[in-house]
Design a protein around this ligand. Structure first.
Ligand SMILES: [Zn+2]
Length: 301
């Protein structure tokens, strides 16, 4: 009897260790979806999980911008992150089962917006590429132009007031409104996307100058969701601009502990004052907003 109970005790101990090991493995596997440390992992639902018609993915590319808009079979990409995000961006889009991008918008020629653009152009069938009339001498910009030319694509210049359709949704270009700017950020292509009763405003890195021009032009800037310009910089998102947009939701695409101190406390303050609920990619990873044409739903966090 004593011998038998000793064997039983050993077995219980072995089983206990095995169960602990199983719990650890399961925790690790389910933990893979969570953003860990400096490594950025895509936090996204399966495409089947999105029951609504329109989805806007603010892909977590750190201190950069990359937004994928999908509606049924139509897709649009606004910016493509930094050079180092190329694979991540391409994989994310492919992961949604997308092979064709109806529109690719390069808001302005800064690396944190067009870095992965050449990889996107090479990796997908691109129907239209919209860019501002802004030049740059950087290798990154030249890579984009080369990819465009290799694919035999023609750049569509961003002309304010022009309307395009994306599936059942439509979008209108609202900026840039001048031929030349001192600050490259002000060349940012700004678009308003309308889907049923819901609307989204994507502002690139546009600053006060561009915002004032849009206000002067008298465009209908009102939007439910605002992609906050320039990673939440204090030189964008004026109170006057916010009063015209009246966003309920504000999304800031920004890197954790970035060198610029983005988002600026002043901008956060203004957004709060405007009554917008703030979502940040540095806190939540990839953020997905969906719309059924009646309301916008934030899938995470
Ligand atoms: Zn930027």
């Amino acid at each position: 009897m004593p011998r038998k109970s000793k064997v039983t005790a050993t077995w219980i101990r072995v089983m206990y260790i095995f169960i602990l090991f199983l719990v650890f493995v399961i925790a690790r596997l389910s933990g893979e979806k969570i953003v860990e440390g400096p490594e950025r992992e895509i936090v996204a639902e399966d495409s089947q999980a999105i029951s609504h018609d329109l989805a806007v993915h603010f892909i977590d590319v750190g201190q950069a911008d990359c937004i994928l808009v999908t509606i049924k079979d139509a897709a649009m990409l606004i910016d493509a992150g930094n050079n180092e995000d190329s694979q991540l961006v391409v994989d994310y889009i492919k992961g949604r089962g997308i092979t064709t991008l109806d529109y690719v918008i390069a808001t302005h020629p800064h690396e944190d917006h067009i870095g992965g653009m050449d990889a996107v152009i090479n990796g997908f069938e691109v129907k239209n590429i919209i860019m501002p009339r802004a030049e740059s001498t950087t290798k990154t910009f030249e890579d984009v132009l080369e990819a465009i030319s290799n694919k035999g694509l023609k750049i569509t210049p961003a002309v304010p007031g022009t309307e395009y359709s994306l599936g059942e949704a439509k979008f209108t270009i609202l900026a840039p409104n001048s031929e030349a700017y001192e600050d490259t950020n002000d060349y940012s292509v700004v678009i308003k996307l309308q889907y049923g009763a819901t609307s989204f405003l994507f502002t690139g890195d546009a600053g006060f100058e561009s915002e004032n021009e849009m206000l002067e032009k008298g465009y209908d800037l009102r939007a439910d969701l605002l992609k906050v310009a320039h990673h939440g910089s204090k030189y964008s998102t004026s109170m006057k601009f916010l009063e015209a947009v009246q966003p309920k939701i504000a999304v800031i695409s920004v890197g954790e502990d970035n060198d610029y101190g983005h988002p600026a406390p002043e901008t956060i303050q203004r957004l709060r004052q405007a009554g917008a609920k703030i979502y940040r990619t540095d806190e939540s990873g990839t953020i997905i907003a969906t719309s059924d044409g009646k309301a916008i739903e934030m899938l995470n966090p």
